[in-house]
Design a protein around this ligand. Sequence first.
Ligand SMILES: NC(=O)c1ccc[n+]([C@@H]2O[C@H](COP(=O)([O-])OP(=O)(O)OC[C@H]3O[C@@H](n4cnc5c(N)ncnc54)[C@H](OP(=O)(O)O)[C@@H]3O)[C@@H](O)[C@H]2O)c1
Length: 262
Amino acid sequence: MTVTFISGATGGIGKAFSFACAKRGYDLFLTGRSEEKLSDLKGEIEKAHGVSVVTFACDLSDEKDRKALYDFAREKGLIVERIVNVAGVDTQLPFTEYSEEKLLFQIRVNVEATLSVTRALLELKKGNAEVITISSMSGVSPMPYFAVYSGTKALLTNVFTSLHYELKGDGVKVTTVLPGGVYTRPDINEQIRSQGIWGKLSAKTPEFVAEKSLKAVGKNKIKYIPGFFNRALNFFMKITPKKIVLSFIAKRWKNQRKDAFK
Ligand SMILES: NC(=O)c1ccc[n+]([C@@H]2O[C@H](COP(=O)([O-])OP(=O)(O)OC[C@H]3O[C@@H](n4cnc5c(N)ncnc54)[C@H](OP(=O)(O)O)[C@@H]3O)[C@@H](O)[C@H]2O)c1
């Protein structure tokens, strides 16, 4: 069976990708930590779109769980034609407010798991393939008070931009997606609202992000930033002196918190 693999399929953006892919007739291989959520999602998608959905629940921060995922895919004989890296922990805290557990968990899921999954599942491709990775606008510049989250996303953007070129000869299209705000969990929606007009201009629905990202990888775009406002912001951040950008970010985000553990 040839599949599109989606991590974080049970979350807001992952679910939107799952449905957008199913609508295109792609059979799916979905992961998340909750067996129950995955089973409900599989039922919904199969009923709505008539595609086949294989699921495997695992904690991607755990090396043993990841190995079990890869063994499962191999034993099932899955051929992976598309990898959509969505799973991520968007805890955004000042550095000194992180516990050791939160710090390592975020780095493991966002960085270690994303790179590990991509490497392992590319071994299961036959012929051409596509890789979409959900990074973030938060990785465009260092972000005082959101340093760790921003750093993990900057690494993803950096690595997958390199892979865009590195994997060209192997028939793999690699696109990195840098969303601004996306309406998903209630705490994220609240944070978007609390940013007033800036939040409103930046934010998109998960369905918008999924549809446009699938189109972008089809066109073999290196990077895709959803929304005109976010593309303009990206441009201005690049041409404005770093010092000004960093002090603006520090002032703006000092009192904001987002904690995926709550
Ligand atoms: N929403 C935004 O404003 C925004 C903006 C830019 C970028 N992003 C990025 O987009 C991605 C998805 O965000 P979202 O808003 O859709 O978040 P979400 O609704 O919280 O979904 C997160 C997904 O990641 C999975 N996940 C988390 N930790 C995991 C682990 N250890 N092992 C396996 N799966 C794990 C979750 O699975 P469970 O169901 O098991 O918890 C869930 O499916 C993240 O990478 C985030 O950084 C989001």
